[in-house]
Design a protein around this ligand. Sequence first.
Ligand code: GLC
Ligand code: CA
Length: 561
Amino acid sequence: MEKAWWKEAVVYQIYPRSFMDSNGDGIGDIAGITQRLDYLKDLGIDVIWLSPVYQSPNDDNGYDISDYRAIMKEFGTMEDFDEMLKQAHARGLRIVMDLVVNHTSDEHQWFVESRKNKENPYRDYYIWREGKAGDVPPNNWGSCFSGSAWQYDEATKMYYLHMFSRKQPDLNWDNETVREEVFDMMRWWCEKGIDGFRMDVISMISKVEGLPDGEMADGALYGDFGPYVCNGPHVHQYLKEMNEKVLSRYDLLTVGETPGVTVDEAKKYTGYDQHELNMVFQFEHVEGMDEENKWNTRPVSLLRLKRILSRWQTGLHGVGWNSLFFSNHDQPRSVSRFGNDSDEYRERSAKMLATCLHMLEGTPYVYQGEELGMCNYPFTEMSQFRDLETINAYRELVEESHKREPEELIRCFQHRGRDNARTPMQWDDSVNAGFTTGTPWIGVNPNYKSVNAKAQQQDSDSVFSYYKKLIRLRKGHDIIVYGDYKLLMEESPSVFAYVRALGDQKLLVLCNFTSEEQALDIPAEVRCPEGEVLISNYGREQAGDIQTLRPYEAVVIWQKQ
Ligand code: GLC
Ligand code: CA
């Protein structure tokens, strides 16, 4: 398989608002990131993916951009950015920017012009349609953040499309001038020396012509836009064009966030012969295609997780490339969701999850705080939430439609809400976990006294030290990057076991996802009794013939014939 630096890299995602506040206003900023680069260097990661830092009115924390060539005031200045980039590069760290171009902010100059009148040269930058008789929006699509996907605009008495909030109007990618503007802006950042793009909801940029009504599920308030918006008719054409005009001219890491993507679609986005993107984020394993409503408290099924991840592992092997993640700024904390965040098992299960993920084939992503085993926040009331997805869902489901009970829905938010991942990074055991000297914009998880970076950096047995070791292993063992994958114990609802193979090397990965001891059933030909234990979260030193795994145990054994 062809080698590439972005296959060998480990990416660390920073959500700048919650990472490090350098000036005491309670909001993380770019200078704060620069202060903490040595921490990231110590962890051993190669690439930083920065959630958006562009100018934004912050309806959706920076995912609503009003100027792509300016820095958000709260985060600092372009000089701060340039300094951060320089300092990162000086440490051998690369910077990948979030590229949010399915939509802009309604405060972007393009939209300010576009909404003025129908003749405005920017009119066609966005998706405007006449309503249906009787003040009915052009179609029945619901936005991802509740309500209709259409907003009526008084000035021209027409509706504009917004798949997210009404302050995030969708760009019209069918307009060639829009594409050229975006490519131009991308080149501008590339010329600055950035190292790649994470492309926000890039699978949604091409809508099916005619914008047909979506199917209405039982009890749903809006039609399902999925088939008409995700992986639309021209998305591959537009990405090939972007690749030809921008991406191929630089040495970049490119990853598409692709809601609704299937393995077959991913082959088109990431295929080595397709000239689109390096890799995509798929969501089947964290959200589930069969999930009618994300607001539930259902536990994760390991069988399902294994089935999905295995399908992606084998589906893309040799054809395209996977990105590996259990968490990001839109997901709950991985240890709370897939592991066990009780005092007894938090550390053990966080290490187990990391092992399971980092040994798969693909580029691993660490979401800030995951390397400390940070947990979901114990939310109990609506005033603690900041995320508009959560706040809008409450309004729609409790206050307007009375479909859900308040306490019950808040429990679901506590389980799945995006704010779980957005509480401040826990640096030390001082006030506000060392994140800010002011008042943090969102509450700090009360467990920071025991869960924090300072304590863990000094402790060789911490989750942080374990991540360090895991990341270092990747640098010394090409099988971790390039080996192929085979699932073992397929029917086990408790153990995730797999074997990687490359030439005469074998890598056996054994992970117990439960708090009980589990018996193993590994075929003789893939057992590695003579192998070397590369990492173990129980301090296991000899491979031997392992018969059982202790609660949340993970062990990786490497053998060369
Ligand atoms: C993506 C981002 C999410 C954002 C949305 C709209 O899913 O990850 O945070 O709210 O797109 O830009
Ligand atoms: Ca600040």
